[in-house]
Design a protein around this ligand. Structure first.
Ligand SMILES: Nc1ncnc2c1ncn2[C@@H]1O[C@H](COP(=O)(O)OP(=O)(O)OP(=O)(O)O)[C@@H](O)[C@H]1O
Ligand SMILES: [Mg+2]
Length: 338
C-alpha cells in the first residue's frame, strides 16, 4: 500500500516537474535562446574582434529577454486599418487576439474607450464581462514581438467567429427570426455601452462577430466617443457613409447616441436583406430621399416586422427615433407571439 502511494507520488512529482520544465522553457524560450546565443557568438566574434562589446551585450540582452507572446496566425480581414493576429500569451496560458495599429491616435482612442468599458463593467455588475463585448486584456505601445519599435497594440480574448457581413453574404440575407435574434443581442450590447455614456459611432455588419453558438460580440471602438463629461452633442463626423445618420452625412453637430440608433436601423436592414436601402447618403440619390422622407417602398419579400423597426429607428428627426428599450420590447413581443 505504502509502496503504491510512493509510486503514485513519484509519478505525480515527475509529471509536475515535466510540466514545470516545459512551461519555463516555453516562457523563457531558453532552449532556443541559448542555442542562438552560441551561434551568434561563434559566428561573429572571431571574425570581428573590434565589435563593440556594449553593442553586443545589448543585442544579447534583447535576445535574452523572455518572450511573452507567440505568434499563431494572421487573422486577415478586408478593409480596416488594423492588423489582427492570433497569439499565445505564455504568462496567462491563453490564446488571444492582438490588434496592431498604424495610427497612434486610433490606438489611444480605442484603448481609452476599452478602459472605460472595463471600469464600467467592474463598477456596474462586478462581473468579468458583458456577454456581447469582448474581454479586453491590455495594451502595449511597443511591438509585442520585438519590443523596440513603436507599434501599439491591444489584446482581446480570441473569439472563434465570422463577422456578420460575411455571414449575411453567405446566406444572402438572414431570415426574420434569425435577424431579430441577433439584433436583440446587438441592442443589449449597445444599450450597455450607452449606459456608460459611450457611443459606438461605427456600427456596421463588419464590426459584429458571430460564432457557431449564435453568440454576438460587438467590436471596434476606434471611432467610439466618451460623452461622460455631460456633453450633449459631438462634432466628429467620421464613420461609414452608408450607416451614418443624415445629421452626420450633412456634417451637423449631433447627439451620437441618436446617431447610433440610425446605424442600428441600417444594420438590421442589411442583415435581413443583404442589401442597403440606398446607394449613397446624398440628395442626388432618389432612394435616399425616399428613405429619409419615410416613404420608402421596402422590397416585396422584406419582413413587415423588420420594416417597422427599421422605419422607427431611421427617422430623419433624431428625437423621434425609437429608443433601444422600445426596440427590444417590439422584438420581445414578436417572440412572445410566435
Ligand atoms: N477578438 C477577436 N477574435 C476573432 N477575430 C477578431 C477579433 N477581433 C477582431 N477580429 C477580426 O478582425 C477584424 C477586424 O477587427 P476590427 O474591426 O477591430 O479592426 P479594423 O476594422 O481594422 O479596425 P479599424 O477600423 O479601427 O482600423 C474583424 O472583423 C474580425 O474578423
Ligand atoms: Mg472594423
Amino acid at each position: 500500500m505504502t509502496a503504491m502511494i510512493r509510486e503514485e507520488d513519484n509519478n505525480l512529482k515527475n509529471n509536475l516537474y515535466k510540466n514545470k520544465v516545459i512551461k519555463s522553457n516555453l516562457y523563457n524560450n531558453k532552449i532556443i535562446e541559448n542555442k542562438h546565443k552560441k551561434i551568434f557568438k561563434n559566428l561573429f566574434y572571431p571574425l570581428n574582434n573590434k565589435i563593440d562589446e556594449n553593442v553586443l551585450a545589448k543585442l544579447l540582452d534583447e535576445y535574452e529577454k523572455p518572450k511573452r507572446y507567440l505568434f499563431l496566425a494572421d487573422l486577415n480581414h478586408q478593409g480596416g486599418q488594423a492588423h489582427i493576429f492570433k497569439i499565445f500569451d505564455y504568462l496567462n496560458g491563453s490564446v488571444c487576439v492582438c490588434k496592431q495599429f498604424s495610427d497612434i491616435d486610433d490606438f489611444n482612442n480605442e484603448e481609452k474607450i476599452l478602459s472605460l468599458i472595463e471600469k464600467g463593467i467592474n463598477d456596474k455588475y462586478f462581473a468579468p464581462k458583458h456577454p456581447n463585448l469582448l474581454k479586453f486584456y491590455g495594451s502595449n505601445k511597443k511591438n509585442i514581438f520585438i519590443g523596440k519599435e513603436q507599434i501599439p497594440s491591444i489584446r482581446f480574448e480570441y473569439f472563434k467567429s465570422k463577422d456578420l457581413h460575411e455571414t449575411v453574404e453567405y446566406y444572402n440575407g438572414l431570415s426574420e427570426k434569425r435577424s431579430l435574434k441577433y439584433f436583440k443581442q446587438i441592442l443589449n450590447g449597445i444599450k450597455f455601452l450607452h449606459s456608460l455614456k459611450i457611443a459606438h459611432k461605427d456600427i456596421k455588419l463588419e464590426n459584429i462577430l458571430i460564432n457557431r453558438d449564435h453568440i454576438i460580440k460587438i467590436i471596434d471602438f476606434g471611432l467610439s466617443i466618451d460623452m461622460s463629461k455631460g456633453e450633449e452633442y459631438c462634432y466628429n463626423n467620421s464613420g461609414s457613409p452608408l450607416y451614418c445618420s443624415p445629421e452626420i452625412a450633412f456634417s451637423e453637430k449631433h447627439d451620437p447616441f441618436k446617431a447610433d440608433l440610425w446605424s442600428l436601423g441600417i444594420l438590421l436592414y442589411g442583415m435581413h436583406s443583404a442589401d442597403f436601402p440606398y446607394y449613397e447618403p446624398s440628395l442626388y440619390d432618389k432612394d435616399y430621399l425616399e428613405f429619409i422622407s419615410g416613404n420608402f417602398k421596402y422590397p416585396n419579400n422584406f419582413s413587415p416586422v423588420i420594416a417597422k423597426i427599421v422605419k422607427s429607428l431611421c427617422n430623419i428627426d433624431p428625437n423621434l427615433r425609437i429608443s433601444i428599450d422600445q426596440t427590444i420590447e417590439l422584438i420581445n413581443n414578436y417572440f412572445n407571439q410566435k
